[in-house]
Ligand binder design. Structure first.
Ligand code: SF4
Length: 362
């Protein structure tokens, strides 16, 4: 990777480690990327196929919804058939949480605002402790407890924080500390504030997310701002980008957010100029093709690749990248750290970039 200062992202907040199956969350572990299936959990075949697609896209952990008895009954098969840790998402019915623990899920997500009685929560904690299953206290702005909502009048950051801490207290009172916390809000600004309160006052690992963030475009923007602001400050141990689209996009966007902050896995980072009136080629499809091919081939070399639209400013602008490409009248120059490597026809650019990455030697 080009020599750039690493001081732009703050050191990560200290958090205690929690194991979710074989994936460590917190305690300095790499930030994991999660997603949630959209298929019916009881349709085991479809659900496992979706999970496999998410894993292929780079998901470290996958959550499944458990709204009905048949979903709870399917958890054993889902856990057995998946290659990543499975998290059971429980609302309203603590019995499903007990069943999920029994089925061997790697984590249970509880929405404390709608589980009901404290004794039910205690039952789940006892079973989770016995099985060594961690719990995520997943507070959501849309489903806070009534008394907290009455107190604050609106799901403001302090209200989310209070709800989370109320349930942390119930857990710790019962000797259960294997916790991960999330305080998701649909308002990005409030979400950031709520997580900052948690980050300042606890050392539990934090699962970051903007809830109900919207479509691929709008949700990506909101999640990038919300998650990005926190991650840039060193806050966050695992992330889920919530998008109203195919779940694979959540994983892709999640990795891109991490990569943008140099918190992701080693890999190729594509940079492309915005183009202007000097553009000397059909650049947009080239960028899209290179991005798609790089994602598919999963290169593990930590390289920056800059694709520039002209030979006027392109070489200069690409000089900071490992591999630079500048278009010019049907041809393109390839540069290695500012030094020209070779010239290819425009139709061969994509293959030339991929070949060069493949054979890259420092
Ligand atoms: S590299 Fe060339 S085409 Fe791209 S923005 Fe700069 S001047 Fe415009």
């Amino acid at each position: 990777m080009a020599d750039v200062t690493m001081a732009t992202v703050r050191p990560r907040r200290h958090s205690r480690p929690v194991m979710v199956g074989n994936v460590q969350i917190g305690g300095g572990a790499p930030i994991s990327v999660q997603s949630m299936t959209t298929s019916k959990t009881h349709d085991v075949e479809t659900c496992l196929a979706e999970i496999a697609g998410l894993v292929e896209a780079g998901a470290d952990i996958v959550r499944v919804a458990v709204p009905r008895p048949e979903d709870a009954n399917a958890l054993g098969d889902i856990v057995q058939g998946a290659t990543v840790p499975i998290v059971a998402d429980i609302h309203f019915n603590h019995r499903y949480a007990l069943q999920a623990i029994e089925a061997g899920v790697a984590k249970v997500r509880l929405n404390p605002g709608n589980i009901g009685k404290e004794e039910w929560e205690r039952e789940v904690l006892i079973a989770a402790k016995e099985a060594g299953t961690p719990i995520r206290i997943g507070v959501n702005s849309g489903s806070l407890e009534k008394d907290i909502l009455d107190k604050y009048g609106y799901p403001q950051p302090e209200a989310l924080f209070e709800s989370a801490m109320r349930h942390v207290d119930i857990c710790t009172k019962n000797g259960f500390e294997d916790l991960i916390i999330s305080v998701k809000h649909s308002d990005v600004f409030f979400m950031i504030q709520a997580y900052r309160l948690l980050a300042e006052r606890t050392d539990y690992p934090l699962h970051l997310g903007v809830t109900e963030s919207g479509s691929l475009k709008n949700g990506t923007i909101k999640s990038s701002i919300g998650l990005g602001a926190l991650l840039a400050d060193g806050i966050g141990d695992t992330i889920r980008v919530s998008l109203a689209t195919h779940s694979v996009h959540e994983v892709e966007v999640g990795h891109q957010i991490l990569k943008s902050l140099r918190l992701g896995r080693p890999g190729v980072n594509i940079i492309a100029c915005p183009t202007c009136g000097r553009l000397a080629g059909d650049m947009f499809p080239i960028v899209e093709e290179v991005e798609a091919a790089v994602a598919k081939r999963k290169f593990t070399k930590d390289l920056s690749v800059a694709i520039m639209g002209c030979a006027v400013n392109g070489p200069g602008e690409a000089a900071g990248a490992d591999l630079g490409v500048s278009l010019g009248r049907g041809r393109a120059h390839l540069f290695k750290r500012g030094e020209i490597l070779r010239t290819v026809d425009e139709g061969e650019i994509v293959e030339a970039i991929l070949e060069t990455i493949e054979g890259w030697e420092d």
